[in-house]
Design a protein around this ligand. Structure first.
Ligand code: HEM
Length: 166
């Protein structure tokens, strides 16, 4: 069975209203905060959170998924390291990330993390295998393309922080 991963399967279950409501105590969209408060969060999910007046409760499968993540490896993604390039062509713009994975069987991808009217930010994620493999780490080239009519500036979020890519 697929190991649940915080950024892929847990964090998307928490809405903006959920985050806002718990902000006085901790951040429901932050890995370390959710780990530190995982037992209390599960207890509330099984009791009366989120309240019915604001879209709750969660379907049982979501609660089970949260519990499976909490009681398991509490897996998360890593921010990747790469060399980035932006190529603005006549029909499409391509973002390329090249490098070598930090260990064998690590998978990586670029994904749109957030956007505004004037900018878009891509994040580079690496996912480790559940069981470390002994073979040699592989080189990678990852790409994402979109129509060149989209002329917004591009930012990259990776292990070095968030920087403009020009
Ligand atoms: C971790 C411990 C938690 C505590 C102590 C807690 C406590 C509370 C309290 C006292 C209220 C206000 C009373 C009410 O409306 O029933 C509330 C509201 C709410 N809670 Fe929680 N809660 C917790 C976790 C969660 C979680 C995990 C979620 C979402 C997954 C959540 C979502 C909400 C929402 C959406 C509201 C309504 C906010 C609003 O009306 O603007 N809570 N919570």
């Amino acid at each position: 069975m697929r190991t649940p991963v915080f950024e892929l399967h847990i964090r998307p279950m928490f809405r903006a209203i959920d985050k806002a409501h718990m902000e006085f105590a901790f951040d429901l969209r932050d890995y370390d905060d959710v780990v530190a408060n995982a037992d209390a969060i599960l207890a509330q999910l099984q009791k009366d959170m989120p309240p019915p007046e604001t879209g709750g409760p969660w379907p049982e499968e979501w609660v089970t998924l949260f519990r499976r993540w909490k009681d398991g490896a509490r897996k998360r993604l890593d921010l990747g390291t790469a060399t980035f390039a932006l190529q603005r062509g006549t029909t499409s713009t391509t973002i390329t990330a090249t490098g070598t994975y930090p260990a064998a069987e690590v998978k990586g991808w670029l994904e749109l993390e957030s956007e505004t009217d004037t900018s878009k930010t891509y994040v580079l994620y690496f996912e480790k295998p559940d069981t470390p493999a002994g073979s040699t780490p592989e080189a990678f080239t990852l790409e994402d393309s979109y129509p060149s009519t989209d002329t917004r500036s591009v930012f990259i979020h990776n292990s070095a922080g968030t920087q403009p890519l020009n």
